[in-house]
Design a protein around this ligand. Structure first.
Ligand SMILES: Cc1cc2nc3c(=O)[nH]c(=O)nc-3n(C[C@H](O)[C@H](O)[C@H](O)COP(=O)(O)O)c2cc1C
Length: 174
């Protein structure tokens, strides 16, 4: 089975979660991990898609929030094509490939709104199977680091995704 993990990350927190997820998936699947700038234009031959993004202004980042991150908050990376733009260009699926989403968010104060939920909404419209849901991982402030235990929680979440993708593949084959 093959998995694709696509992430966007300005400080590296979302990337760290994505790498923890990929490491866990690799125990049972062939995994390609890439940032959104390098992500493929279509999802052919993939059994599981995992998408991770930082929450900006209650949702997926936009060019203006990414500029704000760099100019006002000192983010070390610029991102031209984020998850929002990548998903906007992705074609509709002909079969319901499993897809799961995660985001990173500021731990304090905890605000409503989630990039993972917004990305899941878009993936559902593209006819992915999004029944695995959307999950948030918490960071300290805007820059991070991740709150203690989040990398372990990401690995547990990824193990559950593998089990779910394997069930889904068995149903599709039978
Ligand atoms: C412009 C901007 C807006 C943000 N808005 C939110 C928000 O609405 N809710 C939240 O929980 N965190 C918010 N954050 C914090 C980000 O979620 C945090 O910077 C991100 O998780 C760090 O991930 P990264 O290291 O992968 O970039 C915002 C950060 C920036 C720079």
């Amino acid at each position: 089975m093959r998995a694709l993990v696509v992430y966007e990350s300005l400080w590296g927190n979302t990337e760290s979660i994505a790498r923890a997820v990929a490491r866990q998936l690799e125990q049972r699947m062939t995994v390609v991990i890439t940032d959104s700038e390098g992500a493929p234009a279509s999802i052919d031959g993939i059994d599981l898609l995992v998408v991770g993004a930082p929450t900006h202004a209650f949702s997926m980042s936009r060019p203006a929030t990414r500029a704000d991150a760099v100019e006002r908050h000192g983010a070390p990376r610029t991102v031209t094509r984020g998850i929002r733009e990548w998903l906007a260009a992705l074609p509709r699926m002909s079969s319901a490939v499993p897809a799961a989403t995660f985001d990173t968010r500021a731990d304090s104060p905890r605000l409503p709104g989630s990039a993972a939920r917004a990305a899941r909404h878009r993936l559902r419209a593209l006819r992915f199977d999004v029944s695995d849901g959307a999950v948030s991982f918490w960071v300290d402030g805007y820059a991070g680091p991740l709150i203690d235990g989040e990398l372990e929680r990401a690995a547990e979440w990824a193990a559950a995704l593998v089990a779910s993708a394997e069930r889904s593949a068995r149903v599709t084959r039978s």
